[in-house]
Design a protein around this ligand. Structure first.
Ligand SMILES: *[C@@H]1O[C@H](CO)[C@@H](O)[C@H](O)[C@H]1NC(C)=O
Ligand SMILES: *[C@@H]1O[C@H](CO)[C@@H](O)[C@H](O)[C@H]1NC(C)=O
Ligand SMILES: *[C@@H]1O[C@H](CO)[C@@H](O)[C@H](O)[C@H]1NC(C)=O
Length: 445
C-alpha cells in the first residue's frame, strides 16, 4: 500500500526539488509571473508543462463525488501539471492537436488570419477584412454568431462574474451563499492555480457553476488556431481535474473578443458555447483614471432594472477587486425589489453548467476534454439535442451578422478594458507558496 523506502526517498527528493524550483521561480521572477496574465505579453513566453505526480497517498477526494482519481486541488502535484504562464501550444496534448486538425479538415473552422493589436489594451483589428462581415463576425464589432449566448429570456437577470478566482472573491461567495443565489464564474486558469482555496469555495461550498475565461486572459482573436486551443484546453482541463471530472459547457472571451474562427474552434474542438453580454457595468474600471464610479454603476443598474424586460439582462460583472464585488452587493437589494428572476448563466437553458453532468451534484460521465467537440463522442449540446426548446427559452442568436441594437450590448465600446486583467499580489503568491509547502510536508509525514 505504501511505497517502498527507496521510492519514498525518490519521491521526497522529487518533491523537494519541485518545491524549491517553484519557490525560486515565484520569488525570483515576479515580472514573469505578472507577464503571464497581461494579455499583450501573452503569446511570447514558452513555458513547459511538467508532469510530476505525487505518491498516491497524497491524492484524495477532491469533491463530494470524486472517486479519488485526481490530485488534490492545491497540492504541488496538482499545480505542476499545468502551464505556469502562457501555454505553449506546441507542448499541448496531442489529442487536442488532433481534434483541431479534424475540425479544420472537416471545413468547420473559418480560414482567415488572426486579428492584430496595434497597441496594448486597444481593440484588435483585421487589416484586410471587414470585422462585421459574416465571414469574420467580430463580437468586438457587435456581430453575433448563431449559437452564441448574448440575451437571457424575458424577466431573467443572468448572473455571472469574470476574472476570478481572486482574493476579493471570498466576500462575494459569502454574500452569494448568504442570499442563496447561484452564479456562473468565468474563471482564468492561472488564477485557479494561484487562488485554489477560492476555487474550492466557489465549486464545493457554494456549488456555483464554473466556466472558462481562458488560461491567461488574452485577446483571443489575435491568437493562432493552436494557441486558441491551448488557452481553452488547459482551462477546461484544470476545471475538469478540480471538480471531480466536470467538463465545462460555457466560455466567455476576455474583452468579449471573439469572431467566427475563435467561436468555431471553441465549439468544434471542445463543445464550448460562447457567452457574451448585453449590459456592461464597467466595474473593472473602478479606481482607474477616467474609470467609472460606484454611483455611476448604481445609476446604470437603476436604469436597466426599471427598463424593458425583453430581452433579459446579461450584465458583465467582475470579481476582480473589492470595489467590483461591492458594486454587485450594493445593487442586489434593488435587483430583488425589481422582481427580476436571478439565474446563473448556466441555468438559462436548463441543460446545466457541464457537458457531462448538470451541476456540482451528481456523478459526471468520465470523458476526454475534446469529447464534446466535432471529433469527439458527441455529448449533449444545446445545438444538437434540443435546439428548438433551447432557442425558444434562451434567445440564442439565430442568424449571423446580426448587429446588436443597443449600444451597451457591444462588448467593446471605445476604451478597452486592459486593466480587466487580474492583478497578482506578491503577498498572495507568498501565501500560496507557504500553503504548497505545508501540503507537501503533510503528505510526507
Ligand atoms: C487529470 O486527471 C487525470 C485522471 O486522474 C490524469 O490522468 C491527468 O494526468 C490529469 N491531468 C492533469 C493535467 O493533471
Ligand atoms: C413578478 O414577476 C412575476 C413573474 O416573473 C409576476 O407573476 C409577478 O406578478 C411580478 N410581481 C410584481 C410585483 O411585479
Ligand atoms: C443538479 O442536477 C440534478 C440532476 O442531475 C438535479 O436533480 C438538481 O436539482 C440540480 N441541483 C441544482 C442545485 O440545480
Amino acid at each position: 500500500m505504501f511505497p517502498s523506502a527507496a521510492s519514498s526517498l525518490a519521491g521526497f527528493l522529487t518533491l523537494t526539488l519541485t518545491l524549491t524550483l517553484t519557490l525560486i521561480v515565484i520569488i525570483s521572477v515576479p515580472s514573469q509571473v505578472s507577464a503571464a496574465i497581461i494579455p499583450s505579453h501573452d503569446r511570447n513566453s514558452h513555458d513547459h508543462v511538467s508532469q510530476d505526480p505525487l505518491p498516491d497517498r497524497c491524492r484524495q477526494v477532491a469533491t463530494p463525488t470524486d472517486p479519488s482519481s485526481f490530485p488534490q486541488v492545491g497540492t504541488p502535484a496538482w499545480a505542476a501539471a499545468y502551464p505556469s504562464f502562457s501555454p505553449d501550444s506546441n507542448a499541448m496534448p496531442q489529442p487536442w492537436k488532433d481534434a483541431l486538425n479534424t475540425a479544420i479538415q472537416a471545413g468547420k473552422i473559418p480560414n482567415f488570419p488572426p486579428s492584430v493589436q496595434n497597441a496594448p489594451g486597444t481593440s484588435p483589428s483585421y487589416p484586410s477584412l471587414n470585422p462585421s462581415s459574416p465571414q469574420v463576425c467580430s463580437a468586438t464589432s457587435g456581430c453575433r454568431i448563431a449559437g452564441q449566448v448574448w440575451d437571457p429570456p424575458q424577466g431573467v437577470l443572468a448572473l455571472s462574474f469574470d476574472d476570478g478566482p481572486l482574493p476579493p472573491s471570498d466576500k462575494l461567495y459569502a454574500f452569494l451563499q448568504q442570499n442563496q443565489v447561484k452564479a456562473t464564474h468565468f474563471f482564468i486558469g492561472v488564477n485557479i492555480i494561484q487562488n485554489w482555496k477560492e476555487f474550492n469555495l466557489a465549486f464545493q461550498t457554494n456549488q456555483d457553476d464554473i466556466a472558462v475565461h481562458t488560461w491567461t486572459h488574452p485577446y483571443m482573436t489575435t491568437l493562432s488556431n493552436a494557441d486558441v486551443v491551448a488557452q481553452l484546453g488547459w482551462t477546461l482541463q484544470v476545471i475538469y481535474n478540480s471538480t471531480g471530472g466536470r467538463l465545462a459547457r460555457f466560455w466567455r472571451p476576455p474583452y468579449g473578443d471573439t469572431d467566427a474562427r475563435v467561436t468555431a474552434i471553441a465549439k468544434e474542438v471542445f463543445g464550448l458555447t460562447t457567452v457574451v453580454w448585453n449590459r456592461d457595468t464597467a466595474d473593472w474600471t473602478l479606481g482607474l483614471p477616467g474609470g467609472t464610479s460606484p454611483q455611476a454603476i448604481q445609476a446604470n443598474f437603476q436604469n436597466w432594472l426599471s427598463g424593458p424586460r425583453t430581452p433579459g439582462l446579461m450584465i458583465l460583472e467582475h470579481e476582480l477587486s473589492p470595489g467590483s464585488v461591492q458594486a454587485f452587493m450594493t445593487a442586489f437589494p434593488l435587483i430583488k425589489q425589481s422582481n427580476w428572476t436571478i439565474k446563473s448563466v448556466a441555468e438559462l437553458d436548463g441543460q446545466g453548467a457541464y457537458q457531462n453532468v448538470e451541476n456540482a451534484t451528481g456523478q459526471p460521465t468520465p470523458v476526454s476534454i475534446t469529447a464534446g467537440g466535432n471529433g469527439g463522442a458527441g455529448l449533449i449540446s444545446p445545438t444538437s439535442s434540443s435546439s428548438s426548446s433551447t432557442q425558444s427559452r434562451l434567445s440564442i442568436t439565430s442568424s449571423s451578422s446580426q448587429t446588436s441594437s443597443s449600444a451597451s450590448a457591444a462588448p467593446n465600446n471605445g476604451v478597452k478594458k486592459s486593466s480587466g486583467t487580474p492583478r497578482l499580489h506578491a503577498s498572495h503568491l507568498t501565501l500560496s507558496a507557504y500553503a504548497l509547502a505545508l501540503t507537501v510536508t503533510l503528505c510526507l509525514i
